[in-house]
Every structure is written in structure tokens, then in C-alpha cells.
Design a protein around this ligand. Sequence first.
Ligand code: SF4
Ligand code: SF4
Ligand code: SF4
Length: 249
Amino acid sequence: MSKPRIAVFDFACCEGCQLQIVNLEEEILDLLAGADVVEWREAMSEQSDEYDIAIIEGSITRPEDEARIKEIRSRAKVLIALGACATIGGINKLKNNFDLDEVKTCVYGADAGKPHLATAMTKAVDEVVTVDFKVEGCPIDRKEFTYIVRCLLLGKTPEIPVYPVCVECKANGNPCLWDQGEVCLGPIIKAGCGARCPSNSHRCFGCRGYVDNPNVNAAKDVIEKYNLDIDTLKLKMSLFGSQQEPTVS
Ligand code: SF4
Ligand code: SF4
Ligand code: SF4
């Protein structure tokens, strides 16, 4: 039986999530022993239009990106969105909060009118094509990436947490940062990172995106308990939550 063919593609991003994969070092050789990597710009020069699994890093910010991701989707049996830029639009989506012409002038100056610049509103990959699996985070968690790819190569469906970061944070025995005056987004953000930030005394800033059906009312209750206002929560949600549900009013 032939091995599954994997191709890795990048769109608008810092390539930090691909770097996490490269940093797996020897583990990546073990992981990919059951597959053929046919394209991966960051790690090899070969290219191919024939692949089974497409791994997509980065968000969609130009019309030509939309055409490209649709072409990749049409060739791949399985498509994985890698990292916050791909799964939720990531930091790139901040620009959607502003006038696009102003953003272009601010970033590109006199070159703002040139073609092939990031000229469209930022979209997550699943706003353009169907995504089969997401590896959340900015950057991704290497263990979670390994687990998801290993499951796929073994023909299993990976189990991704559906509960919030607070569950992992409590399991780690951390004191809650809300008690220290921090607005931590743990109650409404998807777990899976092992509560990386609050376990190191930093608030969760939401890089894994919102849990399904987040209990926003409970979050509001917590805000009231700590005498904070809703705008403070909204501000904290803007880094990775721009243009995402849930809306908080
Ligand atoms: S999710 Fe973060 S680390 Fe990954 S490519 Fe985007 S900005 Fe870079
Ligand atoms: S520190 Fe953050 S993640 Fe941990 S329990 Fe408090 S709100 Fe939840
Ligand atoms: S704790 Fe929050 S911000 Fe930190 S890695 Fe996890 S989801 Fe991302």
C-alpha cells in the first residue's frame, strides 16, 4: 500500500507554526516515516500537485490566495489548518477592525497601490474552503500536532478538547489570575494547550479561539464580581478574537 502524501503550504503568517514542526527534529522523522512529504517550501525544494493531506499555515488575505486555497482543497483528501492564522485568522484579522485603505497606506506607504499586496479582508481558511482538522494556537502545540497527524496516518479520528482552558488550568492546580486582577480568557477559550499561559502566570489571551457555546453570561458574572467592565473584556478579546463570535454586549 502506498504511503499517504503530505504537502505543507503557507499563506499570510510568520511561519512560526511550521518552525514548531521543524523543531520536532528527530521526532518528525519518526512521525513522517509513515508518509511521503511531497512539498514543504520551508524544508525542501521539491513541489507536487499530487497529495492526500494538505497542511495549511496562514490566513487568506488576497484574492489570489482564495483561488490558491480552493485549488489545494480540490486536490487534497484531508485538509488541516495549522495555527491561529489559519484556524481563526489570527493576529492578521486585527486589520479587519479598521478601514482597509488606511491599513494599506499605513503598512505599505507609497507602495499601497501595487498589486499582490495583502489587499483584502483577512479570512481564516474555513471561511473559504472546508477544513477537516484544526491544530489551534499561536504557535501550535508540537505534541498536539504530532498527535493529530499520527491519528490521521493510523486512520483514527483525533479527539480534540471541547472544554475551556480553565479545565486544564484547574487540573494543573494554578491559582486563578482573576484573583490577581488579570482578565484571563480561559473560561471561553478552547483547551488543548495544557493551560500554557496561566501555568506560567500569564493570562490566556485566546490564541486557540472560542469554545463552542461559550458561557459568556458566566464570564459577565465574573467581570461584575471583580468590578471590571465589559469593555475591558472586549479589549482583551480583540487580539485573537477580532470579527469572531461570540459577541459580548
Ligand atoms: S499562528 Fe502565530 S506562530 Fe503560527 S504562523 Fe500565525 S502568527 Fe505565526
Ligand atoms: S487563570 Fe484563567 S484559565 Fe486559569 S482558572 Fe483562572 S480564568 Fe481559568
Ligand atoms: S493559555 Fe490561552 S493564549 Fe495561552 S496557549 Fe493556551 S489558548 Fe493560547
